[in-house]
Design a protein around this ligand. Structure first.
Ligand SMILES: NC(=O)c1ccc[n+]([C@@H]2O[C@H](COP(=O)([O-])OP(=O)(O)OC[C@H]3O[C@@H](n4cnc5c(N)ncnc54)[C@H](O)[C@@H]3O)[C@@H](O)[C@H]2O)c1
Length: 324
């Protein structure tokens, strides 16, 4: 049995507790939560042991799950890595780039498994594209949410857009060339809505819009590549692939069109979307990486890369000069 401790049992930490309880080969060793009221309700609901200092819980665990506010990620991750414990830490990896750099170095000098909570990688609509040949040259992303005071201690870039930045970086295997960005703080002091254009060295352009002050919700990514259009609806868990083909496709809804190169077939398919709970799946994959000694699916360098782009965007919005 893998012994796991949860650090931070607020909004997201409780979802983690629920999921850990359902995951095989894992036993919860206890939790660390500085807020007495929150801790009392967790003790009562989950019957788990509360530790009154984080180091003693780390000593009682094989792996730690850090779901504390981002400004505590560095201290908790560092202590766990030094103790040789495997780490799952919520996104964003750390509060500052300096902290993130130090954590990457510590992980790489250690033998532990380290995963960052970029949960959209485990969204069924994205998992449906496993094995698909993704090579987009243009990406259009919209992530719109209604206003919720939770998470507003950071900008919409670090709160919401960072999910899409991570997905885009995982798809486009090329370095970032330039970033243009514009953002406005409407309700908070930091950008609540932002539009960003990322150009990659391979010519791909990603255009990302994030808002946390919308009237409606939307989480959509559209990929355009030479032979296909791919639509990913993260909110409604639907995926669509539209392909231009030379011949009929019996697995897809298809119709013919006249092109300058003769008659082609447009095939519209909805690849099967697995029925998975993304949080449970990311925690299970973390467990698997530990038990099978395989790489984690969202590594410390992935967490760092997403943060780096997010910080460059914030610098751009603040009109600071960035050199690549
Ligand atoms: N992956 C996602 O989609 C997603 C969504 C929401 C939040 N998050 C991330 O999860 C983390 C927690 O967010 P939340 O919405 O649950 O916040 P929250 O404020 O609801 O909960 C955080 C909890 O951590 C506790 N805490 C404070 N200091 C601590 C410390 N030093 N050690 C342990 N616990 C401590 C707080 O008392 C609180 O109960 C943040 O890093 C956030 O960015 C990720």
């Amino acid at each position: 049995m893998l012994k796991v401790g949860v650090f931070g049992t607020g909004h997201l930490g409780k979802f983690h507790l629920n999921n850990w309880q359902e995951i095989n080969e894992v036993e919860l060793a206890g939790f660390y939560e500085p807020d007495d009221n929150t801790a009392a309700s967790v003790e009562e609901t989950y019957g788990l042991k509360r530790f009154d200092n984080y180091e003693s819980l780390m000593d009682a665990c094989d792996a730690v799950d850090i779901v504390a506010p981002t400004n505590h990620h560095y201290t908790l991750c560092k202590a766990a890595i030094i103790k040789g414990k495997h780490v799952f830490v919520e996104k964003p990896l750390a509060h500052t780039m300096q902290e993130a750099r130090e954590l990457v170095k510590l992980v790489q000098e250690s033998n532990i498994k380290f995963q960052v909570g970029h949960v959209e990688r485990f969204n069924p609509a994205f998992l449906a594209l496993k094995g698909a040949n993704l090579n987009p040259m243009f990406i259009e992303v919209h992530r719109l949410a209604q206003f919720n005071p939770r998470g507003t201690e950071v900008s919409v870039i670090l709160d919401l857009m960072i999910h899409d930045i991570d997905i885009v970086l995982s798809i486009v295997k090329s370095d970032v060339k330039t970033i243009s960005a514009s953002g406005v703080g409407v309700i908070t002091e930091t950008p609540d809505i932002a539009n960003v254009r990322i150009e990659f060295n391979n010519g791909c352009v990603a255009n990302l819009t994030s808002s946390r002050i919308s009237m409606k919700k939307m989480r959509k990514m559209r990929l355009f590549q030479k032979d296909a259009y791919i639509g990913i609806d993260f909110l409604n868990k639907k995926t669509e692939i539209i392909k231009l083909k030379d011949d009929q496709d019996t697995n897809a809804f298809a119709f013919d069109i006249e092109t300058p190169n003769g008659v082609k077939t447009i095939a519209i398919a909805n690849p099967p979307v697995p029925e998975v709970n993304a949080i449970k799946k990311e925690l299970e994959e973390f467990r698997n990486a530990i038990l099978n000694n395989t790489p984690t699916m969202v590594s410390e360098t992935d967490g760092y890369a997403a943060m780096d782009v997010a910080h460059l965007i914030l610098q751009k919005i603040g009109n600071l000069n960035i050199a690549r």
